[in-house]
Design a protein around this ligand. Structure first.
Ligand code: ADQ
Length: 465
């Protein structure tokens, strides 16, 4: 078995002994097992980035190569095409797409540059695994340069239906780029079906049989690989609660108060305003919960250089302020809104002491918070997961309380149900959920994808325009 080469926007620091995210854990395991290389953007910008050679560091048998971007490419490729066009569009938010023609030029240029930097680092038996929407055309750029190694792609975010994708400038070119991969992986069957429909309608490919489609322009191999977390490690972390969380919990127990938790990057796809409104409606419609429940929302800011992210921040601050203003008492603040990152040990402990986990994105590729919440629960007294039907995780986690995140009153009713659910029902739902989260963990995800990629016929050399 050859080396594994991973390419993604950012590279996890494998010199650290513990990895936090499920993705880093899954990939670090595969890289360490077979030896490998992880390539990505360094997170730095410099005006001479186009002439820079990748910076190499090693941790055991794994090398990491990072590449800087020019300030123009940071603005037009990263903030521009990736995060102001593809991110909103793939999350079905055509209203938030902000397109300028230099964005697409820069996206193509950065993918060419990644291919130029990667090519000299490759070995003939390497298996290459490219991640996410920043790098969709990378395989076609590598093929143009003569690369015949197996190349797989995994999309972490949703893939939209054909009529939404068709609003993307360069959509046909973007979709044709998938033909250069030996395997294209998605989080859900819905995403697989969306690309298959597009390929039938716009690329003259045959209907899929066992995930394989073919046509005059080439073949497409599609499948679904739901990503997981490092379930066991997270469950263990949660079982040894952080001191300050324990103190806070005891204080709430004395006051007979339950906690509801939400944890998200501050992103418009996560449905945060509607979630806060639903909590407000809970207090309106079910006043028996007044002073008996608090909602803790942790949401660190991201991508603040994109306007839509600054807007959501202001909206949330104003919403939490107005709900607290309406309902708070001198000894009770209904919403506690924390605007920063929290250490994983503390996060795990906070999930465990929360009676309900509110995971209500308007659209999400998978949503790892849903799986973390399940993993962190005490099986003898578990909390209830309330999950949006538009999160990829809903395809697997059917025993959660599944909600429509646009229906505020129905979400309020689900919160009420979670807060009043009998222990037996909570335990039944949790044990079914935990089993699935444990079976489909990060290692299983990575193994399923790589096994399928390595079983694929090798040697795509087509030239994609
Ligand atoms: P994200 O959009 O980042 O990921 P998610 O899957 O929920 O969404 O992962 C977020 C991670 O960040 C979780 O591990 C969570 O614990 C952590 N996190 C969030 N807020 C935090 C805070 N305040 N402090 C500390 N940690 C915090 C993208 C896609 C998802 C997909 C993943 C993986 O958008 O749909 O599930 O990739 O494929």
């Amino acid at each position: 078995m050859g080396r594994l080469v991973v390419v993604s926007n950012r590279v996890a620091d494998l010199t650290k002994s513990t990895q936090s995210g499920g993705l880093a854990v899954g990939l670090a395991d595969a890289l360490k097992r077979r030896g490998g290389l992880w390539v990505g953007w360094s997170g730095e910008t410099s005006t001479d980035a186009d002439d820079a050679t990748p910076e190499l560091t090693t941790a055991g048998n794994v090398a990491m190569a990072t590449i800087p971007l020019t300030p123009d490419d940071y603005a037009n490729y990263y903030l521009g095409f990736a995060n102001s066009v593809l991110w909103p569009l793939f999350h079905y938010r055509l209203d938030l797409v902000d397109f300028h023609s230099e964005f697409l030029d820069s996206y193509r240029k950065v993918n060419r540059r990644f291919a130029d930097s990667l090519l000299p680092l490759l070995k003939p038996n390497d298996t290459i695994w490219i991640h996410d929407y920043h790098l969709i055309p990378l395989a076609s750029e590598l093929r143009k340069r003569g690369c015949t190694q197996r190349i797989g792609f995994f999309l972490h975010i949703p893939f939209p239906p054909p009529e939404v994708l068709a609003a993307a400038p360069g959509h046909k070119w973007l979709a044709d780029s998938f033909l250069a991969y030996d395997l294209v992986g998605f989080q859900t069957q819905t995403d697989v079906a969306n690309l298959a429909h597009y390929a039938e309608d716009h690329m003259q490919l045959s209907a899929p049989v066992d995930g394989r489609m073919s046509g005059p322009a080439g073949d497409l191999h599609l499948a679904c690989f739901p990503i997981g977390i490092d379930t066991q490690a997270f469950a263990e972390l949660a079982a040894s609660p952080a001191d300050d969380v324990q103190v806070d919990t005891m204080r709430r127990m004395v006051l007979d108060r339950k906690q509801i938790i939400g944890v998200d990057r501050l992103d418009y796809s996560k449905g945060l305003p509607d979630r806060m409104k639903a909590f407000g409606r809970l207090l309106d419609l079910y006043p028996e919960h007044m002073k008996k429940v608090t909602f803790l929302q942790i949401a660190p800011p991201t991508r603040e250089d994109v306007d839509a992210y600054a807007d959501i921040r202001h909206e949330l601050e104003s919403l939490s302020g107005s709900i607290n203003g309406r309902f708070a008492d001198f000894n009770w603040t209904p919403i506690r809104y924390i605007h920063r990152s929290v250490a994983r040990e503390k996060l795990a402990a906070l999930y465990r002491v929360s009676r309900a986990g509110l995971v209500t994105p308007l659209r999400d590729g998978m949503n790892l918070v849903a799986k973390e919440y399940v993993a962190a629960q005490n099986p003898d007294d578990p909390g209830v997961l309330i999950l949006s039907k538009f999160a990829g995780a809903a395809e697997e986690l059917a025993e959660a309380l599944i909600v429509n995140p646009y229906d505020i009153d129905a979400m309020a009713a689900a919160i009420d149900r979670a807060l009043t659910m009998p222990i037996e029902e909570r335990k039944e739902r949790h044990s079914a959920l935990y089993k699935r989260v444990a079976e489909g963990d990060a290692l299983a995800w990575q193994k399923a994808f790589l096994d399928a990629l390595e079983a694929a016929p090798n040697g795509i050399t087509l030239d994609v325009a």
